[in-house]
Design a protein around this ligand. Structure first.
Ligand SMILES: NC(=O)c1ccc[n+]([C@@H]2O[C@H](COP(=O)([O-])OP(=O)(O)OC[C@H]3O[C@@H](n4cnc5c(N)ncnc54)[C@H](O)[C@@H]3O)[C@@H](O)[C@H]2O)c1
Length: 271
């Protein structure tokens, strides 16, 4: 029987919090000002969470937080750099001052060098890559774990990449950072399990975000896209919503027994 569409007058706004799957949980999302992080923030708020958009780009963080508040959600923007310990300390302090606790820490902010031969990547680029993609996990743990321990619960969701499982040529040093993200996720999971702290990881395939042309190492033309699509059995790029839905599963108390898990969200790319 065909379903009657909801009346536009009674339909909830896109992100209006409901008694959803994340009701009353507090989540910090690094890199929440763009791409996957922005989609994760919208999905979490739709499911009833309160979110903190932590991003180096202050305008982007404020834009996303404002959009979430406008749609009826609770969201705070905190401009910060994930490579700076003092910024993490301020992020924790501002989150606790505003929301009183931290349930989910999404380590999503990340960068890549352009797709190119490995010997063309400068030492400075290599160092920055490891600071943003790997040191950020260390700093996140240093600042979050004491809070999670005090609360007796907490959950890390780290954004890795299929690069950690099935590396592409031209992205070697980036691939290495994501390998570290996977192993650190499992290490956090096993060491922190006695504290009832979980850690899981999402490995997306190449996606339609501002990072796309960096990974392609070329303009976003139909021909260049086709080369990448040919390696993805389901025949499309990853969308931010695909990653947001996986993050929702790991944040949801329904996944309480899942830790140390690294989930490919890749249309079959890693098979
Ligand atoms: N897009 C892809 O194809 C793809 C595929 C697999 C994994 N990933 C990973 O997903 C994550 C998000 O990627 P995206 O495609 O959404 O990227 P994006 O460029 O759209 O967004 C990244 C956000 O992180 C912020 N950021 C960058 N450096 C930061 C820093 N030092 N401190 C704080 N914020 C910082 C940026 O300002 C930006 O808002 C990254 O870890 C990336 O490696 C992306």
């Amino acid at each position: 029987m065909p379903q009657t569409p909801p009346s536009p007058l009674s339909a909830p706004q896109a992100d209006a919090p409901s008694s959803g799957r994340l009701n009353s949980l507090v989540a910090i999302i690094t890199g929440g000002g763009s791409g996957f992080g922005e989609a994760i923030a919208h999905t979490f708020v739709r499911e009833g969470a309160k979110v903190v958009i932590a991003d180096r780009n202050a305008d982007a963080a404020e834009r996303v937080a404002l959009a979430l508040r406008t749609s009826g959600g609770e969201a705070l923007a905190v401009p910060m750099d994930v490579t700076v310990s003092a910024d993490f300390a301020r992020l924790m302090a501002e989150t606790l001052a505003r929301f009183g606790r931290i349930d989910v820490m999404v380590n999503n902010a990340g960068i890549s060098h352009a797709n190119q031969p490995m010997l063309s990547v400068s030492e400075a680029e290599f160092d920055r890559l490891y600071q943003v993609n790997v040191k950020s996990i260390y700093l996140s743990a240093m600042h979050c774990v004491p809070i999670f321990r005090r609360q007796g619960s907490g959950s890390f969701i780290n954004i890795g990449s299929t690069a950690s499982v099935r590396p592409r040529p031209g992205l070697s040093w980036y691939n290495g950072t994501k390998g570290a993200v996977v192993l650190l996720t499992k290490s956090l999971a096993v060491e922190l399990a006695p504290d009832k702290i979980r850690a899981n990881c999402i490995n997306p395939a190449i996606a339609e975000t501002p990072l796309l042309t960096t990974f392609m190492g070329a303009a976003d033309t139909p021909d260049n896209r086709a080369r990448f699509l040919a390696t993805i059995p389901l025949g499309r790029l990853c969308q931010p919503s695909d990653v947001a839905n996986a993050a929702l599963f790991f944040a949801d108390p329904a996944s309480a027994f899942v830790t140390g898990s690294c989930l490919e969200v890749d249309g079959g790319r890693c098979i």
